[in-house]
Design a protein around this ligand. Structure first.
Ligand code: PXP
Length: 244
Protein backbone atom coordinates (compact mmCIF):
# COMPACT_ATOMS: atom_id res chain seq x y z
CA UNK A 1 0.00 0.00 0.00
CA UNK A 2 1.41 3.43 -0.91
CA UNK A 3 2.00 5.78 1.99
CA UNK A 4 -0.98 8.03 2.75
CA UNK A 5 -0.44 11.77 2.53
CA UNK A 6 -2.61 13.86 4.81
CA UNK A 7 -2.45 17.60 4.45
CA UNK A 8 -2.76 19.89 7.45
CA UNK A 9 -4.59 23.03 6.32
CA UNK A 10 -4.46 25.02 9.60
CA UNK A 11 -2.36 27.80 8.16
CA UNK A 12 -4.85 28.62 5.44
CA UNK A 13 -7.03 29.63 8.38
CA UNK A 14 -4.07 31.46 9.96
CA UNK A 15 -3.82 33.61 6.83
CA UNK A 16 -7.57 34.22 6.77
CA UNK A 17 -7.70 35.13 10.44
CA UNK A 18 -4.77 37.56 10.11
CA UNK A 19 -7.20 39.91 8.32
CA UNK A 20 -10.58 38.68 9.51
CA UNK A 21 -11.63 38.11 5.89
CA UNK A 22 -13.69 35.22 4.50
CA UNK A 23 -10.77 34.16 2.30
CA UNK A 24 -8.67 32.08 1.95
CA UNK A 25 -11.20 29.43 2.93
CA UNK A 26 -9.63 26.29 4.44
CA UNK A 27 -12.49 24.19 3.09
CA UNK A 28 -11.69 25.31 -0.44
CA UNK A 29 -8.05 24.46 0.30
CA UNK A 30 -9.12 20.99 1.38
CA UNK A 31 -10.88 20.47 -1.96
CA UNK A 32 -7.75 21.52 -3.85
CA UNK A 33 -5.65 19.13 -1.74
CA UNK A 34 -8.05 16.28 -2.45
CA UNK A 35 -8.09 16.99 -6.18
CA UNK A 36 -4.28 16.94 -6.10
CA UNK A 37 -4.25 13.48 -4.54
CA UNK A 38 -4.27 14.02 -0.76
CA UNK A 39 -5.54 10.97 1.08
CA UNK A 40 -6.87 12.92 4.03
CA UNK A 41 -7.26 16.35 5.58
CA UNK A 42 -5.80 17.16 8.97
CA UNK A 43 -6.85 20.12 11.10
CA UNK A 44 -5.99 21.17 14.64
CA UNK A 45 -8.75 22.81 16.65
CA UNK A 46 -6.75 24.63 19.30
CA UNK A 47 -8.16 25.70 22.62
CA UNK A 48 -7.55 29.37 21.69
CA UNK A 49 -9.00 28.88 18.16
CA UNK A 50 -6.03 30.73 16.70
CA UNK A 51 -6.54 29.18 13.26
CA UNK A 52 -9.29 26.62 12.69
CA UNK A 53 -12.72 27.37 14.18
CA UNK A 54 -15.44 24.95 15.29
CA UNK A 55 -17.42 25.92 12.19
CA UNK A 56 -14.42 25.14 9.95
CA UNK A 57 -14.28 21.62 11.39
CA UNK A 58 -18.04 21.17 10.92
CA UNK A 59 -17.80 22.35 7.32
CA UNK A 60 -14.86 20.03 6.63
CA UNK A 61 -16.84 17.12 8.07
CA UNK A 62 -19.80 17.98 5.84
CA UNK A 63 -17.87 18.40 2.64
CA UNK A 64 -14.60 16.53 2.20
CA UNK A 65 -14.52 13.24 0.34
CA UNK A 66 -11.40 11.76 1.93
CA UNK A 67 -10.92 11.41 5.67
CA UNK A 68 -10.84 13.97 8.42
CA UNK A 69 -8.12 13.79 11.06
CA UNK A 70 -8.88 16.15 13.94
CA UNK A 71 -5.85 17.06 16.03
CA UNK A 72 -6.87 18.08 19.52
CA UNK A 73 -5.76 18.38 23.12
CA UNK A 74 -6.82 15.64 25.52
CA UNK A 75 -9.55 17.75 27.16
CA UNK A 76 -13.23 17.22 27.88
CA UNK A 77 -14.16 20.21 25.72
CA UNK A 78 -12.40 18.74 22.68
CA UNK A 79 -13.75 15.23 23.15
CA UNK A 80 -17.28 16.60 23.31
CA UNK A 81 -16.66 18.42 20.01
CA UNK A 82 -15.27 15.24 18.45
CA UNK A 83 -18.27 13.23 19.65
CA UNK A 84 -20.57 15.76 17.99
CA UNK A 85 -18.68 16.27 14.71
CA UNK A 86 -17.35 12.73 14.36
CA UNK A 87 -14.06 13.03 12.49
CA UNK A 88 -12.74 9.74 11.13
CA UNK A 89 -9.78 9.90 13.48
CA UNK A 90 -8.65 12.09 16.36
CA UNK A 91 -4.97 12.70 17.01
CA UNK A 92 -4.30 13.63 20.62
CA UNK A 93 -1.55 16.22 20.91
CA UNK A 94 -0.07 18.14 23.83
CA UNK A 95 -1.09 21.78 23.78
CA UNK A 96 0.23 24.84 25.54
CA UNK A 97 -1.18 28.29 24.98
CA UNK A 98 2.17 30.03 24.65
CA UNK A 99 3.65 27.64 22.09
CA UNK A 100 3.96 28.65 18.44
CA UNK A 101 3.22 25.13 17.24
CA UNK A 102 2.90 21.70 18.87
CA UNK A 103 6.11 21.22 20.81
CA UNK A 104 7.06 17.74 21.94
CA UNK A 105 4.93 14.64 22.04
CA UNK A 106 2.09 13.60 24.28
CA UNK A 107 3.17 12.19 27.65
CA UNK A 108 1.20 8.95 27.43
CA UNK A 109 3.17 7.43 30.31
CA UNK A 110 2.37 10.31 32.67
CA UNK A 111 -1.23 10.92 31.54
CA UNK A 112 -2.34 7.35 31.10
CA UNK A 113 -5.67 7.71 32.93
CA UNK A 114 -6.80 10.89 31.21
CA UNK A 115 -5.92 9.48 27.80
CA UNK A 116 -7.55 6.12 28.55
CA UNK A 117 -10.81 7.92 29.37
CA UNK A 118 -10.69 9.79 26.06
CA UNK A 119 -9.85 6.63 24.12
CA UNK A 120 -12.91 4.94 25.65
CA UNK A 121 -15.19 7.83 24.65
CA UNK A 122 -13.76 7.92 21.13
CA UNK A 123 -14.20 4.19 20.75
CA UNK A 124 -17.84 4.46 21.86
CA UNK A 125 -18.31 7.13 19.17
CA UNK A 126 -16.55 4.89 16.60
CA UNK A 127 -13.72 7.34 16.08
CA UNK A 128 -10.19 6.04 15.54
CA UNK A 129 -7.50 7.31 17.89
CA UNK A 130 -3.93 8.28 17.08
CA UNK A 131 -1.46 9.52 19.72
CA UNK A 132 1.21 12.05 18.74
CA UNK A 133 4.30 10.90 20.62
CA UNK A 134 8.06 11.30 20.66
CA UNK A 135 9.90 8.28 19.23
CA UNK A 136 10.62 6.84 22.69
CA UNK A 137 10.20 3.22 23.68
CA UNK A 138 8.25 3.97 26.88
CA UNK A 139 5.74 6.18 25.02
CA UNK A 140 5.27 3.61 22.25
CA UNK A 141 4.67 0.84 24.77
CA UNK A 142 2.27 2.97 26.84
CA UNK A 143 0.33 3.79 23.65
CA UNK A 144 0.07 0.11 22.74
CA UNK A 145 -1.13 -0.66 26.28
CA UNK A 146 -4.01 1.77 25.73
CA UNK A 147 -4.94 -0.17 22.58
CA UNK A 148 -5.14 2.89 20.38
CA UNK A 149 -5.26 2.39 16.61
CA UNK A 150 -2.24 4.44 15.67
CA UNK A 151 0.72 6.46 16.88
CA UNK A 152 2.04 9.46 15.02
CA UNK A 153 5.75 9.82 15.59
CA UNK A 154 6.90 13.39 16.19
CA UNK A 155 9.49 14.13 13.51
CA UNK A 156 10.33 17.63 14.83
CA UNK A 157 13.63 16.68 16.48
CA UNK A 158 14.76 14.91 13.32
CA UNK A 159 13.74 17.86 11.14
CA UNK A 160 15.60 20.36 13.34
CA UNK A 161 18.77 18.28 13.53
CA UNK A 162 21.71 18.41 11.12
CA UNK A 163 24.49 16.01 10.14
CA UNK A 164 25.15 13.13 12.51
CA UNK A 165 22.43 14.24 14.88
CA UNK A 166 19.87 14.00 12.08
CA UNK A 167 21.03 10.45 11.36
CA UNK A 168 20.61 9.58 15.06
CA UNK A 169 17.13 11.10 15.16
CA UNK A 170 16.17 9.17 12.05
CA UNK A 171 17.35 5.99 13.72
CA UNK A 172 15.15 6.78 16.74
CA UNK A 173 12.19 7.12 14.39
CA UNK A 174 13.04 3.83 12.69
CA UNK A 175 13.33 1.99 16.00
CA UNK A 176 10.08 3.42 17.37
CA UNK A 177 8.22 2.66 14.13
CA UNK A 178 9.41 -0.95 14.14
CA UNK A 179 8.47 -1.42 17.81
CA UNK A 180 5.05 0.18 17.32
CA UNK A 181 4.26 -2.02 14.34
CA UNK A 182 5.33 -5.12 16.28
CA UNK A 183 2.91 -4.09 19.03
CA UNK A 184 0.09 -3.87 16.47
CA UNK A 185 -0.06 -0.11 15.98
CA UNK A 186 -0.44 1.74 12.69
CA UNK A 187 2.42 4.20 12.29
CA UNK A 188 2.12 7.79 11.11
CA UNK A 189 4.73 10.53 11.21
CA UNK A 190 4.63 14.30 11.10
CA UNK A 191 5.78 17.75 12.12
CA UNK A 192 8.35 19.91 10.39
CA UNK A 193 8.46 17.73 7.27
CA UNK A 194 9.64 19.38 4.06
CA UNK A 195 10.45 18.16 0.57
CA UNK A 196 14.08 17.86 1.73
CA UNK A 197 13.61 15.77 4.85
CA UNK A 198 10.46 13.78 4.09
CA UNK A 199 11.83 11.08 1.74
CA UNK A 200 13.94 9.48 4.50
CA UNK A 201 10.90 9.30 6.79
CA UNK A 202 8.67 8.00 4.03
CA UNK A 203 11.23 5.24 3.43
CA UNK A 204 10.76 3.80 6.94
CA UNK A 205 8.89 0.62 6.03
CA UNK A 206 6.32 0.76 8.85
CA UNK A 207 5.32 4.39 8.26
CA UNK A 208 1.97 4.34 6.46
CA UNK A 209 0.86 7.96 6.84
CA UNK A 210 2.41 11.42 6.79
CA UNK A 211 0.81 14.59 8.14
CA UNK A 212 2.31 17.69 6.56
CA UNK A 213 1.15 21.29 6.72
CA UNK A 214 3.43 24.27 7.08
CA UNK A 215 6.00 23.50 4.37
CA UNK A 216 3.31 22.71 1.80
CA UNK A 217 1.63 26.03 2.47
CA UNK A 218 5.05 27.72 2.27
CA UNK A 219 5.80 26.03 -1.07
CA UNK A 220 2.34 26.99 -2.30
CA UNK A 221 3.16 30.67 -1.80
CA UNK A 222 5.96 30.42 -4.33
CA UNK A 223 4.24 28.12 -6.79
CA UNK A 224 1.22 30.43 -6.73
CA UNK A 225 2.42 33.99 -6.18
CA UNK A 226 3.43 34.59 -9.82
CA UNK A 227 0.05 33.44 -11.11
CA UNK A 228 -1.70 35.58 -8.52
CA UNK A 229 0.12 38.66 -9.84
CA UNK A 230 -0.77 37.72 -13.43
CA UNK A 231 -4.40 37.31 -12.36
CA UNK A 232 -4.41 40.70 -10.66
CA UNK A 233 -2.92 42.38 -13.77
CA UNK A 234 -5.60 40.70 -15.89
CA UNK A 235 -8.30 42.03 -13.61
CA UNK A 236 -6.83 45.53 -13.66
CA UNK A 237 -6.26 45.62 -17.44
CA UNK A 238 -9.59 44.14 -18.40
CA UNK A 239 -11.66 45.63 -15.64
CA UNK A 240 -12.87 42.22 -14.55
CA UNK A 241 -13.87 42.12 -10.91
CA UNK A 242 -13.61 38.63 -9.43
CA UNK A 243 -14.08 37.68 -5.83
CA UNK A 244 -10.96 36.22 -4.16
N1 PXP B 1 1.16 16.29 13.00
C1 PXP B 1 0.78 16.85 14.17
C2 PXP B 1 0.29 15.97 15.26
C3 PXP B 1 0.80 18.26 14.35
O1 PXP B 1 0.41 18.79 15.52
C4 PXP B 1 1.20 19.07 13.27
C5 PXP B 1 1.18 20.55 13.40
O2 PXP B 1 -0.13 20.98 13.63
C6 PXP B 1 1.57 18.43 12.07
C7 PXP B 1 1.57 17.05 11.97
C8 PXP B 1 1.99 19.22 10.87
O3 PXP B 1 3.20 19.83 11.12
P1 PXP B 1 3.80 20.87 10.06
O4 PXP B 1 2.82 21.98 9.95
O5 PXP B 1 5.10 21.27 10.66
O6 PXP B 1 3.94 20.12 8.76
Amino acid sequence: MPIRLHINIDHVATLRNARGTRYPDPIEAAFVCERAGADGITAHLREDRRHMTDRDIERLRESIATLLNLEMAATDEMVAIAERIKPDVITLVPERREERTTEGGLDVVGQRERIAAIVARARAARIRVSLFIAPEEAQVRASADLKVDQIELHTGEYCNAVGEQAALELERLRTAAALGATLGLDIAAGHGLTRANTPAVAAIPQVSELNIGHSILADAVFSGIGQAVIDMRESVLRGIALRP
